[in-house]
Design a protein around this ligand. Structure first.
Ligand code: HEM
Length: 386
């Protein structure tokens, strides 16, 4: 594919970003069946947790630790390949951030899991993705590692089956397992390789959730190009948390408390950055397990997110604040369409999980038999203004 000829600002010798065309994606012949099996496993997890707790929660990333309101401002003077989609104009949008950990059950935070950050941008203009018509938000979802645990949907199905199997195992057992896995993780790192599987099962280091760098892990359209996005601490107070750990023993909601404590005292600022695809072999679209090389294509700031000091959790609202929100990479504009096998699987998974939550937590008046298999998605919390 011929590279376009845009200079990439003042950085050293970089390749030009590649424009997207349909040959960049490759749909496996059995993808539909694999996606159906993924949805079944997700529903299994959600049902087990719902039966245990009496409340339907997200099939993964069930535990929320903080909801933050702020504004995102597009950086002025972006070069044309970066000034794409909702980053085309140097304008500002209201945003909502939800911080989470990855399990489908709500566990004490000493069971240390990958951290997630979901970003909802309000009032975005532009042609909508199919299935997201009539909405005006753009969601971007991030986790604190640069690549996904599996290369594609079919391999992810195997990990998900393992996760579904461990859902509902006694929390005490998970705490012990988590401590052991952290030891194994440190040993793996000492040997020069991190184990994403160990981390996803509770072996994640006990890092401060606000000090992490968050990644979309999988690519999406960036206007006419392809990119992965990342969010990195941008203010001094957040940067000071990078690489720090928290003592979470005896503090089941220690991550939630740490976020609250921080935002009572400070505001926070993050840089949203885009890493453009410049080589389809070394920066594959279909293999989500490959972290794209920073040397090949650095992450470049496209917007700044500023959250003022605020209370980031409301105990009085209980489940309600979590239930009213539904993030998905497929809720957004066509210019940021998700790409690749893992992203195509997510198109249905989030709808199924959110539909289950809505169905169970706010049952419609019709009898059970009259409900559709995938019920309509819940409404978001209304946008607020700051
Ligand atoms: C095939 C792969 C994946 C599947 C099937 C999947 C599935 C799901 C599901 C079902 C939910 C809960 C949706 C809801 O009830 O609202 C969820 C949440 C989430 N996922 Fe994924 N996911 C996948 C890959 C990823 C990847 C690659 C990321 C990396 C950034 C990611 C980040 C998140 C985050 C941050 C949340 C929490 C969203 C929130 O705060 O509401 N997921 N995922």
């Amino acid at each position: 594919m011929a590279p376009v000829e845009y200079p990439m600002s003042a950085s050293p010798a970089l390749h030009a970003p590649l424009p997207y065309d349909e040959t960049c994606e490759d749909v496996a012949p059995d993808e539909v069946e694999v996606i159906a099996a993924i949805n079944e496993e997700l529903l299994k997890i959600a049902r087990v947790v719902c039966n245990d707790t009496g409340h339907a929660m997200r099939a993964v990333h069930a535990k929320g630790h903080g909801l933050l309101r702020g504004r995102m401002t597009v950086e002025p003077g972006l070069t044309p390949p970066l000034a794409q989609g909702i980053f085309r104009e140097p304008r500002s949008y209201p945003v909502l951030l939800r911080l989470s950990t990855s399990a489908g059950d709500v566990l004490p935070d000493s069971v240390s899991l990958p951290r997630g950050l979901a970003l909802k941008v309000y009032d975005v203009p532009g042609e909508r993705l199919e299935g997201s018509e009539g909405e005006t938000t753009q969601d971007f979802l991030f986790v604190d590692a640069p690549a996904f645990v599996a290369p594609d949907a079919r391999h992810f199905l195997k990990s998900l089956r393992l996760l579904a199997h461990t859902t509902d195992k006694a929390a005490g057992l998970k705490k012990v397992l988590s401590a052991a896995l952290r030891g194994a993780e440190q040993a793996a790192e000492a040997l020069g390789h991190e184990s994403a599987t160990l981390r996803s099962l509770g072996g994640h280091p006990l890092t401060h959730i606000l000090g992490e760098t968050y990644h979309t892990q999988v690519p999406l359209l960036h206007g006419r190009y392809m990119a992965k996005l990342s969010l990195v601490p941008g203010s001094d107070e957040l940067r000071a948390l990078q690489g720090t750990t928290l003592g979470l023993a005896g503090q089941p909601d220690g991550l939630r408390d740490a976020i609250r404590q921080f935002f009572r005292a400070h505001g926070g600022e993050w840089l949203l950055r885009a890493q453009l695809c410049t080589d389809l072999q070394r920066m594959p679209i279909e293999d989500a397990s490959v972290a794209w090389s920073e040397a090949e294509s650095p992450h470049r700031p496209v917007a700044r997110i500023v959250c003022p000091p605020q209370d980031t959790w409301d105990d009085a609202l209980g489940h309600d604040q979590e239930d009213r929100l539904y993030f998905s990479p497929w809720r957004g504009v066509a210019e940021h369409r998700p790409l690749g096998s893992v992203m195509r699987a997510r198109r249905y998974a989030y709808r199924v999980s959110a539909g289950f939550r809505r169905d169970r937590n706010a049952p419609p008046p019709e009898p059970e038999t009259a409900r559709t298999h995938v019920p309509p998605v819940p409404r978001d919390a209304p946008p607020w203004t700051t």
